[in-house]
Design a binder for this molecule. Structure first.
Ligand code: ZN
Length: 242
């Protein structure tokens, strides 16, 4: 069965910054949806901040297996009600892929429970991403390392809870390192955070980056239907005779 993917973007820089608009004329969401949409097993839609309910109505979320998120300077404009709705769906099994500056989004913070702050520097330095978990579904098809000629530096310490899995470590020409590809489980939901994706560089055209996002979407798709544990309605009978 096809995996239903919703790509969400605040879609702000692409409308206000000529440099970003030139790289992503259809928006970052449009670029990601375009390459994901070429996959036979994926059905892709997009949603943006300015849409009613940010494009994330209950109906849309109930029909989403994996939500991909890109946000940066308008995190504060995302309604708390929608954040809570997304979080509930993640706990019920919807996969969540947080890209780049999503680290400071309300929803990522709500899922992590920590500040998620980091060190950063914007001088277009080279990043080398080391794949440290070669046997993971998300890293299939990647070389041992790959490079992005220009990226914003994100450096440790990244104020996150210890990841369930550390798949990739980014090294920057200025000397810093960063946990660039990490996974978490929250409730039934699988979460992947992936650091590359500063808006003024054509990061989402990079073939290795695309491989990671394609793999991550498939990895994060729910396996089992959520079954709530209803506590306190009755005390179960013991399975053994006592
Ligand atoms: Zn950035």
């Amino acid at each position: 069965m096809a995996i239903k993917v919703t790509v969400w973007n605040e879609f702000y820089h692409e409308q206000t910054n000529e440099k970003v608009k030139a790289i992503y004329p259809e928006g970052i969401h449009g670029c990601i949806a375009e390459f994901l949409g070429k996959e036979d097993d994926l059905v892709v839609r997009t949603a943006t901040l300015e849409m009613p309910e940010h494009g994330l109505t209950q109906e849309v979320l109930d029909d989403t297996d994996v939500l991909v998120w890109w946000g940066h300077c308008r995190h504060g404009d995302v309604a708390d009600e929608i954040v809570e709705r997304v979080k509930t769906r993640v706990l019920e099994g919807m996969g969540f892929i947080g890209l780049h500056s999503t680290h400071k989004s309300k929803i990522f913070g709500a899922l992590m429970g920590t500040h998620c702050s980091l060190r950063w520097r914007e001088i277009a330095e080279k990043e080398r991403i080391w794949v440290v978990e070669r046997s993971h579904p998300i890293t299939q098809g990647l070389p041992g390392y790959f490079e992005l000629p220009h990226e914003e530096m994100y450096g440790e310490r990244f104020e996150i809870p210890a990841p369930d899995e550390l798949l990739m470590i980014g090294w920057f020409a200025g000397g810093e390192v960063f946990r660039s590809g990490i996974t978490y489980q929250r409730g039934y939901g699988r979460i992947f955070y992936f650091q590359p994706g500063h808006e003024t560089f054509p990061i989402y055209y990079d073939e290795n980056v695309r491989t990671v996002i394609r793999n991550a979407v498939r990895w994060a798709a729910p396996l089992n239907k959520y079954e709530p544990v209803v506590a306190g309605l009755h005390a179960p009978e013991p399975l053994e005779k006592l």
